[in-house]
Design a binder for this molecule. Sequence first.
Ligand code: UD1
Ligand code: MG
Length: 449
Amino acid sequence: MTVALVILAAGKGTRMQSDIPKVLHEVAGASLLAHTLKAGQSLQPSRTIIVAGHGAQEIEVASKAYDENCELILQTEQLGTGHAVEQTRATLAGFKGSVIVLYGDTPLISAKTLKRLNDSLVTSAVSVLGFQATDPGKYGRLITQGDKLDRIVEFKDASDEERSIKLCNSGVMGISAPLLFELLLQLDNKNAVGEYYLTDIVALATAQNATCTIVQCDESETLGVNSRVELAQAEHTFQTIRRAEALKIGVTMPAPETVHFSFDTIIGRDTVIEQNVVFGPGVTVENGARIRSFSHLEGAHISDGCIIGPYARLRPGAELAENVKIGNFVEVKASTLHENVKVNHLSYIGDANIGARTNIGAGTVTCNYDGAMKHQTKIGQDVFIGSNTMLVAPVKIGDGALTASGSVIVNDVPSGALALGRSKQVNKPGLAFKLMKKFKAIKVSKKGN
Ligand code: UD1
Ligand code: MG
């Protein structure tokens, strides 16, 4: 059955205390909305419609950046979840497939769960994603009749007996489009808060003898973010899940609770991630690498057998081939390092290409920026860059070349050459003793004053 996703994201999110629309706040380096889109798109929907109100323009930019086929519908007044879905009527006119309603502020729903919900629509007219709540709080309660869902009652409209039910509505619903738009016409707002509830669709469907089913998932998936506290909780849950997945596929982490993943981090088996490592977006680590403590990585590709850190920083475009070693206080950006390259201490490598087996000495800097433009540094294979070499780009160092420590290299160095780019050393015999004597005498005379 063809699927249309309808993602509700028009709410103001007052409790976030923020100028940023709620659904654009981030968990694991991706917006709440992007998490929802990612899960929803696993169903390969033919349409993805986002209902936005507050911050609609920013939400449109973000959703199109994620997938340019996203469609944005404006809900100028927030009159309830039923009213929000009603706004898609014209856009979905003639659509005969299923509509899956998701919330843009509920980032932890898994693709697996959505598949179960969608599959249940083969035998059910309406499917609601429910969960057993430890603390049901103000969630809508699912009222059953045998093993079928009879209706949903919102907390504010519920009797004490109904409030004691722990089976709650996550907000995710699947329903065939023609039935949805027929039933939406029958909604009213005669309830405790004067809103058009999407949840009333269930009672209306039951009244027509349409089958309504509950698909249950774990409570951890249904967390909706309304405050910074809940944002932090969502982050915590995401990280817990991600760490468990990494351990399961053969990644070693002596202190997994100190490792921070992004939504898209990929780690291969037999890689070791030491304590306090942070993965920003876009990192892939192949097999058998070691990421040592206190390293920060984003947009980097790390091949088999590399050793990174401790205290390394890999920035977007860092491309490391097999067995590259990056040591402490080394930053690499937009650079390709071929097999067995070593940059072991205190260096900046930006906009560079470094050939296999080359050794970069401590304190080396690729001076890639002239204040206006960035320039490339190309270093060949088997090169030895002496400590504290400044490579003023654009510059090329040929295969097997050597630069003397402390050199400022402004011209290309031919293959096999030694480049000396520093002033000549002069020794003045005895002058050190003489000077020291003089300085100490001055110091004593000043104390006398
Ligand atoms: C809703 C459900 C409740 C469920 C709970 C789960 C209804 C009536 N109630 O309640 O059964 O247990 O979610 O979290 O559906 N939104 C709009 N436009 C509107 C109103 C809301 O886009 O006019 C969006 C919000 O931005 C949010 C989502 O819909 O993403 C849910 O709205 P919210 O007001 O949080 O509903 P709840 O009261 O939490
Ligand atoms: Mg809510």
